[in-house]
Design a binder for this molecule. Structure first.
Ligand code: HEC
Length: 201
């Protein structure tokens, strides 16, 4: 390990932790009446917000990685459970909070991986990204959490389940021409938006 890199890494981790806010925010990210208000996970300091950068290395699949394998039906079941598990995040969100019914996906989701994803480009500088990396990306950025071990059953299961979700995804014509959607995850289809279940409470 390169010792010189450590302080920088710590500084980044520290900055992220600070940016993610205090305990009140951790308990209920949807407490504010306006989910896009200051203490909300979708607010400015959150890695999900437009403009913030994060360490793209943590979502880059290390060379030689093999995802875990297992019984397909069992893996899909685990993946489906994890898809709705808010414990995977630090801000009380699950994949399903944002992506239920194909929400928060742009038309790129309909293409085979690897491919360009606006958020991955904006925040991580990825020209194109793989599906397992994208799962890690959403864990690290919008869910403000840790990534999963590359050889874990959980990552394999979530990746497999997401591929299943992808099969039934239908591109939406409207998403294409909306410049706000791409760069700002807090735009229309985002959980910060009015119709989100998160907003109601
Ligand atoms: C806070 C909302 C939020 C949560 C929670 C979230 N995502 Fe995302 N996800 C997004 C946004 C925003 C994008 C970027 C869309 C874009 O730029 O095209 C995205 C993109 C993706 C993509 C890429 C789609 C494509 O075009 O190829 C995948 C796959 C994905 N998410 C999977 C997941 C999984 C799996 C989880 C749970 C572990 C998850 N997401 C949790 C908001 C979220």
């Amino acid at each position: 390990m390169n010792i010189l890199q450590q302080p920088l890494k710590l500084a980044i981790t520290g900055a992220l932790a600070l940016g993610l806010g205090g305990p009140a925010f951790a308990q209920n990210p949807c407490a504010a009446k306006n989910p896009c208000a200051a203490k909300n996970p979708c607010a400015a300091k959150n890695p999900c917000a437009a403009g913030s950068k994060f360490d793209s290395k943590m979502v880059t699949r290390p060379k030689g990685t093999k995802l875990a394998t297992g019984d397909r039906a069992e893996m899909l079941k685990l993946g489906e459970t994890l898809w709705s598990d808010t414990k995977l995040s630090s801000n009380n969100l699950s994949c399903s909070t944002c992506h239920r019914g194909g929400a928060a996906f742009q038309n790129t989701f309909a293409k085979p991986y690897p491919h360009y994803v606006a958020m991955a480009k904006d925040k991580g500088g990825f020209k194109q990204i793989n599906l397992d990396e994208m799962v890690q990306f959403c864990l690290a950025a919008p869910m403000a959490s840790k990534t999963l071990a590359w050889d874990s059953k959980e990552l394999a299961a979530l990746t497999m389940y997401t591929a299943q979700v992808q099969k039934s995804f239908k591109p939406v014509a409207a998403a294409k021409g909306n410049p706000c959607a791409a760069k700002n995850p807090c735009a229309a289809k985002n959980p910060c938006a009015a119709k989100n279940p998160c907003a109601a409470k």
